[in-house]
Design a protein around this ligand. Sequence first.
Ligand code: ZN
Ligand code: ZN
Ligand code: ZN
Ligand code: ZN
Length: 298
Amino acid sequence: MDVPESYPTETEFSTVGMETDRVPSYKSSAASGAKAGISSTGSVHELLECPVCTNSMYPPIHQCPNGHTLCSSCKLRVHNHCPTCRQELGNIRCLALEKVAESLELPCRYQNLGCLEIHPYYSKLKHEQLCRFRPYNCPYAGSECLVTGDVPMLVAHLKTDHKVDMHDGCTFNHRYVKPNPNEVENATWMLTVFSCYGHYFCLHFEAFLLGMAPVYMAFLRFLGEDSEARHFSYSLEVGGNGRKLTWQGVPRSIRDSHRKVRDSYDGLIIHRNMALFFSGGDRHELKLRITGRIWKEQ
Ligand SMILES: [Zn+2]
Ligand SMILES: [Zn+2]
Ligand SMILES: [Zn+2]
Ligand SMILES: [Zn+2]
């Protein structure tokens, strides 16, 4: 096998933690006869662990003139002296170790969450950043919630920790009432979770400033992958006092952050003046009735 033309950059690796709990496996000898000679997988894995930071090393792997190895981010930190023997480091790459690493295949770190994929050492982290079994972030907006997990776990978390309303069914009819419509701060968020077609959907409603203009926005997110979200459509309708606005869209996966969806305006946007018309026009209270429907595309 040739050395891959481009390795992932270090910043891409930095989001992934230590891999020391993984015991490397080897390609079967049938698949890679030449690489089957290494006997002790544990010691090879130790060799690939940076002795300074204990993270897995990726090319370029460096060594000092005495052969002590270290990873490229540690090399930048140690001011050109080997942390082990204090010799000047120079710029020596450890190609042999890079080649050994290339022959390793490791299970995805989300194996315990259901991923059965095995990847070569160098592409494993790239896979893990996109693995569909990687945990989701909590979809609740407006808090710095750091909870991650799979969909059932997050649904339970939204219910118990964020006190989010849960509804069954594909149609909804929601009222948002705000006593003082002149207060449009960024801090107004509402979230309702709908369960239908065996999936969960988050209906977000919030007030924010679009440039200088206060607006309200409603949109739907799907608790799952984008590939599945695209099988659904939804409509939202807001009206009253003889006016009506409708929106039809595709739910966005919760892989896209709440903020990203909002900032792309992928939802029903109601300007405040319009919202006040819908509310009946006395301008003292905001009363919005939003009806909606979720359906599965054929
Ligand atoms: Zn290191
Ligand atoms: Zn050294
Ligand atoms: Zn995976
Ligand atoms: Zn949360």
